[in-house]
Design a protein around this ligand. Structure first.
Ligand code: FE2
Ligand code: FE2
Length: 285
């Protein structure tokens, strides 16, 4: 794979999401058509998903959970974490690309401007903080990208489903049936999701935000459900309620584009205040 930095990979992933799920509309080209056309950026995204789908097995995810949910990597205040994440900025174009803090603020400020409750604003501000995984040396394919359940059959509604053929779980009878290791409508709380920044930040915030906010954190990249409804057979009633909030959140993540980039310095006190209402003084990563 052509070497791309974590930040470039994210930009490519986001551009790809916008092509798949454009604002107020249909994809510009029919799915097949635009998947077949040669484009070096698409090739990079495709290769990214090949590696992702190949490696995100049930055992891999359990291993990552064991490794990272000890939260023994780093202890930071919210703002230290925000600044730490911002060190991910590399050779992106400063004129057109937002840095990490600006993406968080753009999302949360759009939520605030629409008059949503403060926990929703805070959730918007926190939603990508799990990308600090990149700074702990984790490869891009297990930090960003669409997420999906592991331990059961992969839906063909997941982006590039053909790459799951190479995933050992798809040949393992424990994991390759509709329900796999799960029970019908067992609830997503009982389901392991592919490892990435969503699961990580959800687990960090688990004790501090209302469950609607936690659902936004955990499922914001789970496009196969919130856009394609491919996993309703694992969801319970509560999940369906919570996904109304996930749906509410997604456009702010994907489409909010402020005319003027948010002013980080001016906004900092508001967010530190908000954090002190919900979060402890330091967060364990
Ligand atoms: Fe994200
Ligand atoms: Fe985001």
């Amino acid at each position: 794979m052509k070497e791309v930095t974590p930040h470039q990979m994210e930009e490519l992933w986001e551009e790809d999401l916008l092509k798949r799920y454009p604002e107020n509309g249909k994809p510009e080209k029919a799915k097949e058509e635009f998947r077949n056309y040669e484009d070096p950026q698409r090739e990079t995204v495709k290769e990214f998903y090949r590696i992702n789908h190949l490696n995100q097995t049930y055992d891999f995810v359990l291993g990552k959970e064991k490794e990272f949910l000890k939260f023994d990597k780093k202890e930071m205040t919210l703002w230290e974490a925000v600044e730490f994440l911002n060190t991910l900025v590399d050779d992106s174009d400063p004129d057109t690309d937002l840095d990490q803090t600006q993406h968080l603020l753009q999302t949360s400020e759009a939520i605030r401007a629409d008059g949503h409750p403060d926990w929703f604003v805070l959730t918007g501000f926190l939603h990508d903080l799990g990308k600090v995984l990149c700074l702990f040396g984790e490869p891009q394919w297990c930090v960003v990208g669409d997420t999906f359940p592991v331990g059961c059959q992969h839906s063909d509604k997941i982006v590039y489903p053909e790459f799951f053929k190479e995933n050992p779980d798809s040949k393992d009878p424990r994991f390759n049936t509709k329900y796999g290791v799960y029970e019908p409508n067992c609830g997503l709380d009982n389901v392991h999701m592919s490892w990435g920044h969503d699961e990580y930040i959800y687990q960090i915030m688990k004790d501090y935000l209302p469950e609607e906010g936690l659902a936004m954190l955990r499922y914001h990249s789970f496009y196969a459900q919130h856009r394609e409804n491919a996993y309703a057979h694992l969801m319970n009633k509560d999940d369906h309620q919570l996904f109304k909030w996930v749906d509410k959140f997604n456009p702010y993540d994907l489409y909010s584009k402020a005319a003027v980039p948010p002013n980080v310095k001016e906004l900092r006190p508001y967010y530190e205040d908000l954090a002190s209402k919900f979060l402890p003084d330091t967060l364990k990563f």
